[in-house]
Design a protein around this ligand. Structure first.
Ligand code: HEM
Length: 137
């Protein structure tokens, strides 16, 4: 069971990485282009953001599952990993809400805010990854 959870934990990292890098590039380009974005760009953004929030939720579910069935010490490194993971979850959830609301109104959320949230998620992801490896080495 632990191995299965850890495999899905790693798949979730892939999803977050893809969403963080792809979304970051997409939002930077959208911000530079300005004006109204074509429909296919907006729907791509929505998909990328949804992959991110889905992966963040999967990360927490599999993480909790592993904590329950394992002897995990809640030291400094693990706490920093959780802090980074929380930043990822919050940033991706806010992005998902913003993108869903904008889809209903037909307008994209403000590009600068989207890019800032994406950046916050990327920083959180880096913390979670680095301190995750340190915590379990
Ligand atoms: C963005 C969020 C996260 C990232 C990037 C991340 C990253 C990682 C990485 C790279 C490992 C492998 C470490 C190693 O075996 O050396 C790992 C394992 C693990 N993570 Fe996460 N993690 C995240 C969220 C979480 C959360 C929220 C929890 C708990 C609630 C959690 C609990 C665990 C546990 C228990 C392990 C297994 C350690 C072991 O093999 O003994 N992770 N994580």
């Amino acid at each position: 069971m632990f191995e299965t959870l850890k495999i899905f934990h790693m798949f979730a990292i892939m999803g977050l990485g893809a969403s963080g890098i792809g979304g970051g590039i997409l939002m930077a380009r959208a911000r530079r282009a300005g004006g109204k974005l074509p429909d296919y760009v907006r729907s791509t953004m929505r998909t990328v953001v949804m992959i991110g929030v889905g992966s963040a939720v999967l990360m927490w579910i599999t993480g909790f599952g592993m904590v329950l069935g394992h002897d995990v010490t809640f030291g400094l490194w693990f706490s920093l990993k959780l802090l980074g993971s929380a930043a990822v979850l919050v940033a991706s959830a806010v992005l998902a809400i913003a993108v869903t609301r904008s889809a209903a109104s037909g307008q994209m959320p403000e590009a600068r805010t989207m890019q800032l949230l994406m950046r916050a998620g990327q920083v959180g992801m880096t913390l979670a990854l680095v301190f995750g490896v340190i915590a379990f080495s």
